[in-house]
Design a protein around this ligand. Structure first.
Ligand code: DGP
Length: 119
């Protein structure tokens, strides 16, 4: 079941606007990538669009190129971090899938042996 979405700007909007600091590893016109504040692996990066799409399921046809770009930036930041050959890309969509920040983000996780299936 869908939960209500917060209407206030998220913490990620504040990172995009440089109102709060983050360890940024990539920035371009469309997106930002930075280190996760609570890493679950030696490399744990977040790739976020500058456009505030709350969840992946809120993306539309108009976002097709942007979503492709996010994937390629995930490749790039993974390679830059030295994990280009083995990493996991995760999108938690919705509260029941453990999404806690309602601004679309891709987790890029690696540099340890990952397990499957996820919890
Ligand atoms: P999710 O559960 O999929 O919504 O992941 C949100 C992630 O965002 C979580 O791994 C922790 C990270 N995070 C939350 N607040 C901040 C912050 O202020 N700075 C940074 N760098 N990461 C944050």
């Amino acid at each position: 079941m869908n939960k209500p979405l917060p209407s206030d700007p998220t913490i990620f909007s504040k990172i995009i606007d440089k109102e709060i600091p983050a360890d940024i590893v990539h920035e371009d016109d469309l997106c930002l990538a930075f280190k996760d504040i609570m890493p679950c692996a030696p490399v744990h990066l977040l790739v976020i669009p500058k456009k505030p799409i709350p969840r992946l399921c809120d993306a539309t046809e108009a976002d097709k190129a942007l979503l492709g770009h996010l994937n390629l930036v995930a490749n790039k930041v993974a390679a830059d971090a030295g994990i280009g050959e083995a990493f996991r890309l995760v999108v938690n969509n919705g509260a029941d899938a453990c999404q806690s920040v309602f601004h679309l983000h891709y987790h890029v996780i690696g540099d340890r042996q990952l397990q499957w299936p996820p919890g």
